[in-house]
Design a binder for this molecule. Sequence first.
Ligand code: TZP
Ligand code: MG
Length: 210
Amino acid sequence: MIVLPRLYPILDAGCYSNTLDLIAAGDELAAGGATLLQYRNKSGNAPVMLEQARELRRLSRTGVSAPHTLKLIMNDRADLALAAEFDGVHVGQDDLLPESVRGIIGPERWLGVSTHNPEQLAEADLTSADYLAIGPVFSTSSKEKPDPVVGLEGVRRARQLTRKPLVAIGGITRANAASVIEAGADSVAVISDLLRDPRKSAEEFFRILR
Ligand code: TZP
Ligand code: MG
């Protein structure tokens, strides 16, 4: 069984005006204690995604996090995860099925699966996913057409349905993160509340969730 860090930062390319800013944010998050980052880019521009992913991989080998390991997880795309030598892939309900992704990435890379209700979570629990995500816990403006919020009750329910590591996502901030962990999540995935001063924000998340 894998062990997830308490904070699961998501670097969403749509939040940055260029690759330099995106990489700088990744470096800041690592400086703030992040040991895992997900790269998310909903633009559909594969060449840009590959370039940015490779830059992140380079950062993890040369930036502040080196020589500590910085796990890099690719959102949606197993092919790009392999091409950029990422450590894992995260897929949702509209992506390749978990077992198809597992066939591409092999047994060692991490596989995460997003779910939005108890039925999806129970189904994903039967797959070879290394961890499961549940959300949105609270309302979010970082995702287009988000599923209905599941609330802390949704996190508690999810906790009862799986023994896999559980990541909660959606509207999680330094103000509510402790309640999400209390409800049974092992880790909180965050976009917005890491955008302003990523290093300080990450440090505060780790302090709160210690
Ligand atoms: N999936 C469910 S909510 C969400 C994703 C990708 C966005 C989370 O972003 P934020 O800004 O932390 O609410
Ligand atoms: Mg997806």
